[in-house]
Design a protein around this ligand. Sequence first.
Ligand code: GLN
Length: 252
Amino acid sequence: MCRHLGHVGPRPVTLASRVTEPSHSLLVQSYAPADMRGGGTVNADGFGVGWYSDRPDTAHSYRQPVPMWTDASFLDLAGAVSSTAFVAAVRSATVGMPVSTGACAPFRDGTRIFSHNGVVRGWPGSLRDLAAELDTETLMTLEAPTDSAVLWALVKRRLDAGKDPADAVADVVTRTLAAAPGSRLNLMLLTPSVSGAPTLVATAVDHALSWRSDADGVTVASEPLDEQDWTAVDDLHLLVTRDATTVEVAAL
Ligand code: GLN
């Protein structure tokens, strides 16, 4: 299963400070993950980062369908780009799903950034009824024919309807679990706030997730990035931080 991380903080940090530099960075987790729970061995089918820029209402992303360690230009630019909010992911494609740029998390719609670590069991049939709420054009223009792309479309639809980001993610997770029991649904969503810090939401559903907070902000990651004091998120729980400082964890 893929690995991902999200970070929100009061001041910019480099992407490299979370993605490539720590002793168990996302880069290391791409070739030597520690807690895959039987879902694959390495995360070499692509990677991506989506980050907020210092200009208001502006985000960027970079994705490639290659192992992160092979992209020397990315490894270089990760040290040059600083941001107060970002999501990064390395991918292990689920069997039957394509390897392409559009299938790499994080997915981005303007300043909304999303990642899925896991699998929808019984795909695609199990999601048929839930996906029926999406209009035909949305389904025709998905970035990739993957479970993650459909989950993203379902989350987006709820955000478009004005749902709170945590409620939108929780609703998609609980409905998907009901339709496809046994699914692994570690979702992550970064959205801008109307006032103050961006909101970062992450779920733990049958996969690893930990978080850590310090003066630089809150970081949430599939696996602890280093030897410091990370807190594991219990299974079937949702984590949210709305102020880049305080973390709330609640049962789904
Ligand atoms: N099922 C998703 C995909 O194939 C996520 C994969 C994963 O978490 N390993 O992109």
